[in-house]
Ligand binder design. Sequence first.
Ligand SMILES: NC(=O)c1ccc[n+]([C@@H]2O[C@H](COP(=O)([O-])OP(=O)(O)OC[C@H]3O[C@@H](n4cnc5c(N)ncnc54)[C@H](OP(=O)(O)O)[C@@H]3O)[C@@H](O)[C@H]2O)c1
Length: 340
Amino acid sequence: MGINGATSTGPLGGPCKTKFHLLWIVAACLDRMRAVRGILVLLMARKAAVIGSGGQLGVELVKELSRRGYETIGWDRSQLDITDNRQVDSVLTPWDPGIVFNAAAYNQVDVAESEPLAAFLVNALAVRNLALACRQLDARFVHFSTDYVFDGTAGRPYTESDATHPLGAYGVSKLAGEIYAQAYLDAPLIVRTSGVFGPGGLRTARGNFVEVMLRLARSGTPIGVVEDHTASPTYAPLLAARTIDLVERGETGVFHIGGGTPTSWYRYAQAIFGVAQLDHEVKLHATSERAYRTAAHRPKFSALSNSRMESVGLAAMPPLEDALRLYFAAREKMLSSAQA
Ligand SMILES: NC(=O)c1ccc[n+]([C@@H]2O[C@H](COP(=O)([O-])OP(=O)(O)OC[C@H]3O[C@@H](n4cnc5c(N)ncnc54)[C@H](OP(=O)(O)O)[C@@H]3O)[C@@H](O)[C@H]2O)c1
């Protein structure tokens, strides 16, 4: 007999301790419900659609879904412009997916300050188009959002229960997208992430922070990077895999998936040049928000806590250096296959 009457042989092994017994039954039911929910999700949603498949994350979602045996289609912007609701219906309906991933976004944080409507059209109103289409098709909806829904004053990695308070047009538009998804659907999955970098960025015009750093390094000019802003740089293939893991567990609601190491952009740049073995060649120095003003006001500390993701049984994200090594290996492979 344990303290307070709890048995040491488990809830069914000793005298009936009603309170603990009930709790155990509830826990077992929840566990079973989760398993049943997961199986139902798997059966219903083997047909997937990825919107924004030309982007860093979209490419990886298509790859990972196909690898796991989903019947997958990806549409890039030239095939489906999500701001056009008639196009959304006419493209999505014939495919009739069980699950829709929206990796499309307007991500130009500074430009959004001079064209907030353009950001709002893609990041908010178009999400409404997709949510309505998913409701019509009875499809699950997975949407991606950003650490920029926070104001960066918490001073510690943000959790899903922290209050949102975006500081600019991009963050406002992404938060509105989350709200639209939640308004029109009972159980969307919304994944907030941060500083995405993936090999897909080699092909896109905007690229990613790693490619910008490598380009600057090649030019030989001194590189100043802010040290007073912290985020969670996230490797796109791992973000795609963890998101699909959440889907396969039947999870819904808001989840954070950021990289494993909260880091300042300056330290991130240092890590990039370290892994690329360029640290002796580049002229990198730390700067600050004050010295490097941008059009958009950005959160100072927007690292994300992955504790909710880990609490449902998903593996922790690796440290930044490990993710960068994976990036450079994938990059190398892409470049050499392009040359072949
Ligand atoms: N990148 C980051 O650092 C970062 C940080 C936090 C959160 N996120 C979020 O993570 C998600 C994935 O981002 P990512 O890095 O993969 O972005 P990305 O590489 O910029 O890809 C976004 C894709 O969306 C497409 N797109 C834009 N407008 C569209 C429209 N009207 N219709 C259809 N497609 C459209 C873009 O096409 P075009 O290239 O033709 O414009 C691009 O292929 C997004 O929700 C983003 O907000 C990203």
